[in-house]
Design a protein around this ligand. Structure first.
Ligand SMILES: [Zn+2]
Length: 241
């Protein structure tokens, strides 16, 4: 196994060295060379870097979204995302994925900013123009995955919390679960008028926590009774009217 890996890594390293431009992000290269299997191309090195740092990708994607800002005339309507089936308020709002606001090739459909070589977010190579074939930043691919399915990145979140339950402070158990501090149904109800880049924070790290199953059950019970109270208030309001 290790002989196989050594010979594979030797070939990958040779390919990577040949393809590597004079300028390349140092952190990405260091991470690529430290991996058990060295990626054979600069593009794969960049993708692997962001996969290894999903929380950094999330922070960057939201910072890039702030640079783009909310497109003029756009408002968050979960139905805009149908793409063949009924979407919901659980999906992160993405104006630049909507045909009416898309910025076209060379721009990222998640954050709206230009995409450069290897899916990088800055023009380190002085190309002076975006890569016309690209529509995603490598970082934004990972951020999007995190926002849509944070359970795939539970290890990174656990590490960021020092392996402590965010509700009880106890040690996180293997069965710990990811939770949105502000549940997504409340984001739609109570925060939908926030600016788009601000909204993304509800899908990203600022609103994600890992909690033990018992703490999660208590929190869900609290949310269910909140929703029941809310329905009762709405019904009373309707009677009073
Ligand atoms: Zn992007």
């Amino acid at each position: 196994m290790s002989a196989w890996r050594d010979s594979r890594n030797e070939r990958s390293l040779a390919r990577l060295r040949r393809a590597l431009p004079a300028v390349f992000p140092g952190g990405v290269l260091a991470q690529a060379l430290a991996r058990p299997l060295i990626p054979p191309t600069p593009r794969r090195a960049v993708e692997g870097y962001w996969r290894a740092h999903p929380l950094r990708a999330d922070r960057l994607a939201r910072a890039l979204a702030r640079l783009s800002g909310t497109p003029e005339g756009w408002a968050w309507t979960p139905d805009a995302f149908t793409e063949g089936r009924r979407a919901s308020f659980r999906a992160p709002p993405a104006p630049y994925r909507e045909p009416a606001f898309a910025r076209g090739p060379g721009h990222c459909c998640v954050c709206g900013q230009p995409v450069f070589r290897f899916g990088w977010h800055r023009d380190l190579w002085g190309d002076g123009k975006p890569n016309r074939r690209a529509t995603w930043h490598s970082a934004c691919v990972v951020a999007w995955q995190l926002w849509c399915d944070p359970s795939g990145h539970v290890q990174a979140l656990k590490r960021a919390q020092g392996r402590r339950c965010a509700e009880s402070g106890r040690r996180l158990l293997r069965s710990a679960e990811i939770d949105h501090r502000v549940p997504l149904f409340r984001v739609w109800r109570e925060h939908r008028d926030a600016s788009w880049p601000e909204l993304l924070g509800f899908w990203g790290r600022p609103n994600l926590q890992v909690i033990n199953k018992d703490a999660h059950l208590r929190k869900c019970a609290g949310e269910a009774s909140f929703r029941a109270d809310e329905r009762a208030r709405a019904a009373n309001g309707a009677l009073a009217a």
